[in-house]
Ligand binder design. Structure first.
Ligand code: SF4
Length: 306
């Protein structure tokens, strides 16, 4: 139903293949950034789920230069997936948290091969300004350019609970300035933040109303050496069951417009330091169950989008 596949949602990988005519893979990069919510500028604790890798990040290779990380990524992804084109993906921590001159050098270094067709930069909405956005907008004529904003929820009470260090209004301002410059925006959300089903759907409806270009969905999970792991070990919190997560994902997708690309529906590479919930370790299983649930409902992304 989407991108010539049998998926009932607008899967980003299939969207990229359609757009570029070949498989395109993101190379995750670690440029040694930090985060104002970890280094004491906003708070020293960081988000309660954040681990020492900058939370959910697969890039932990800042001993290598950016160019070396790119070469490694190309080699690995070509061998494993026959990838032919690539996007530089600055994933770990807040990848706009340096002066603009330094950012320019870092981003340029990642665009060091002809087969790099895109640039994706993960950051916080309070870590961006006009100068940085102008720099990033400067890449969009030559590269498929995205900013990925961690939002997690539109509800300020939830953002306070997870020690996010910014509110929804901060996201809205950053979003508006980013879209004014024609940069694609992917928004990260987390399910299982002790919100009601209605509250999670309000986040879906708001993102649908904003017309965000992409969404990445995570399930809240406790990784080793996080505040969340401590809370879990003290018996203070519980996690969504797999079934509840699958139902919530499908409900969420139904509200999003068909044009919103879905960058992720379950965590990647979490097995190693995952404490709970255990079911999240079997990612493919979870994705297949989401496909089956949409089929069972005879539903698809956007069915409830007005
Ligand atoms: S914004 Fe990202 S890197 Fe910073 S504390 Fe939160 S999860 Fe960690």
């Amino acid at each position: 139903m989407f991108n010539g596949t049998d998926k009932r949602y607008n899967q980003y990988s299939a969207y990229l293949k359609n757009k570029f005519g070949v498989k395109v893979y993101k190379i995750t990069l670690d440029a040694g950034f930090s985060c104002p919510n970890r280094d004491g500028t906003i708070s020293t604790g960081g988000c309660i789920f954040c681990d020492e890798g900058g939370s959910f990040s697969q890039a932990h290779s800042n001993l290598l230069s950016i160019e070396e990380q790119i070469e490694e990524g190309v080699k690995t992804l070509s061998a494993r997936f026959k990838a032919q084109k690539f996007m530089s993906y600055f994933q770990a921590y807040s990848n706009t948290y340096k002066p603009v001159k330094e950012l320019e050098k870092i981003y340029n270094a990642s665009l060091c091969r002809d087969d790099i067709v895109g640039l994706s930069i993960g950051t916080r909405p309070d870590c961006i300004d006009d100068e940085k956005l102008d720099l990033i907008a400067g890449y969009k004529d030559d590269y498929y350019t995205w900013i990925e904003y961690g939002l997690q929820s539109i509800h300020d009470k939830t953002l306070r609970k997870i020690n996010r260090g910014h509110d929804f209004d901060c996201f809205l301002k950053a979003y508006e300035k980013t879209k004014e410059r024609g940069i694609n925006v992917c928004v990260h959300v987390i399910f299982g933040l002790w919100e009601s089903h209605d509250e999670i759907m309000q986040t879906a409806q708001k993102l649908a109303q904003l017309g965000v270009d992409g969404v990445k969905i995570h399930m809240l999970c406790a990784l080793e050496n996080t505040k969340l792991a401590d809370m879990y070990s003290r018996g203070e919190i519980d996690f969504m069951s797999e079934d509840e997560y699958i139902q919530t994902v499908c409900d969420f997708l139904e509200y999003l417009p068909k044009t919103t690309t879905i960058h992720r529906l379950a965590g990647n590479g979490l097995k190693k330091n995952l404490i709970a919930p255990c079911w999240l370790g079997a990612k493919m299983d979870c994705l297949n169950k989401i496909d089956r649930e949409l089929m069972k409902r005879n539903s698809f992304q956007g069915i409830k989008f007005l």
